[in-house]
Design a protein around this ligand. Structure first.
Ligand code: FEO
Length: 394
């Protein structure tokens, strides 16, 4: 069922309450998601994006109940990733000659995925498409935000920015608009989305935001491809993106560790106590076991942190594989201007702290201490030393 966005613009997407993992099993989506597709019905009828492939038949059936598919003049594919283009093959069975507007990289992406020679029309930044009644779509390439083909478009007259993935969240919300959402949940999902998806591209985003702001467009609505449509103070999410893209950190210190027989866990607790003692209550100190905590949620916590303290016992002259895998994920995020220190228990060889330091350095963190090593189980004396180590990090 279509839902009104503004004037002759309607939402025709899919709210996916069931989605708990995205990008395969890579991204946890505790709050579900939406695949937002939009239908503009001016003198020309324009469809912006579609939905994820499993909902293709449902999407096309619903769309056909709202408009004669043959009356769709143009399709805009802002992004070729399957969560937005997945219903194109089903739709194009009905209207195979309808032009699809996308970037040059969009053609490569769509051809590469669907192996169809559809009627592609390549657009670049500044190109426009007249939709009638004095309105037009203005295209803005958003390369590497977050795929090479990513694009946004702006509808003049209604002042709607169709931003695709940018400013999105994996957040199911039948009432669509940001002012109808639980604000805590919404912003929690928005920062998680940024931390896990956009962080590696923050420097590109900074330049793109400057470019968009310089266009001096009146933006009344930001219609993303996931989650809410920002209509109440839509620039609030742009402001947040400016903050997040500039090496964001809060007054937070996060301890992440894995443990075998609780020795490293007890050290983690003592370090946390030392940090709290020295830093005081104004500093948020959080502690997570890497093996039992959602990795995307931990990435969000690291995104918010100024210092990350990492622990692993020594195993086979190295670290536990759960820690190793998670630190690979941390490295992918290309965090900037964050500090790290490491710790761990060992029985005989004791390489874990050295390996952790190397991993965190390669992930772009400034290592502020040689680290804390403990042989066998920590006794009262060693727990006190771990506490002092925590204090020394502040
Ligand atoms: Fe929502 Fe990059 O796809």
């Amino acid at each position: 069922m279509k839902k009104l966005i503004k004037n002759n613009v309607h939402w025709v997407g899919k709210v996916d309450w069931d989605l708990k993992k995205f990008h395969g099993e890579d991204f946890s989506t505790h709050s579900g998601s939406t695949y937002n597709s939009y239908l503009i019905q001016e003198e020309k009828n324009v469809l912006i994006d579609t939905v994820w492939a499993p909902y293709a038949v449902e999407f096309v059936k619903n769309l056909a109940s709202e408009i004669d598919l043959n009356k769709i003049d143009y399709i805009i594919a802002n992004h070729g990733e399957v969560d937005h283009s997945g219903a194109l093959p089903e739709l194009m069975k009905h209207i195979p000659n309808t032009p699809i507007y996308c970037t040059a990289n969009g053609v490569k992406s769509l051809k590469g995925q669907y192996h169809q020679d559809w009627n592609f029309k390549v657009v670049k930044t500044g190109d426009t498409l007249d939709v009638g009644n004095g309105k037009k779509l203005v295209f803005v390439e958003m390369s590497m935000l977050h795929w090479p083909d990513s694009m946004a478009c702006y509808l003049t007259g209604d002042n709607i920015l169709f931003s695709n993935d940018a400013f999105g969240q994996h957040y199911a919300n039948d009432r669509l608009f940001n002012d109808y959402a639980d604000q805590c949940d919404l912003m929690g999902e928005a920062i998680k989305y940024y931390a896990n998806i956009i962080t590696p591209f923050s420097s590109i985003l900074r330049k793109k935001l400057e470019e968009i702001i310089a266009l001096n467009l009146q933006i009344d609505i930001i219609a993303t491809s996931h989650g809410v449509i920002w209509r109440d103070n839509p620039m609030q999410i742009v402001q947040k993106y400016i903050e997040w893209a500039n090496d964001y950190q809060e007054d937070q210190i996060t301890i992440i560790y894995e443990t075998m027989w609780n020795g490293t866990k007890h050290i983690a607790e003592a370090i946390a106590e030392g940090i709290r003692e020295k830093a005081g209550d104004k500093t948020m100190v959080k502690s997570f076991n890497i093996a039992t905590t959602d990795h995307n949620d931990m990435i969000t916590e690291i995104f918010k942190s100024k210092l990350v303290v990492v622990g692993s016992p020594t195993v086979s002259n190295s670290i536990l594989h759960t820690v190793s895998g998670f630190l690979h994920f941390v490295k992918e995020m290309k965090f900037k201007k964050k500090k790290a220190a490491c710790f761990g228990c060992y029985g005989w060889s004791g390489e874990s702290v050295k390996v952790l330091n190397k991993n965190m350095e390669e992930a772009g963190f400034e290592i502020i201490s040689e680290g804390f090593r403990n042989q066998w189980n920590p006794d009262v004396d060693q727990i006190q030393k771990a506490f002092e180590f925590g204090k020394s990090l502040i």
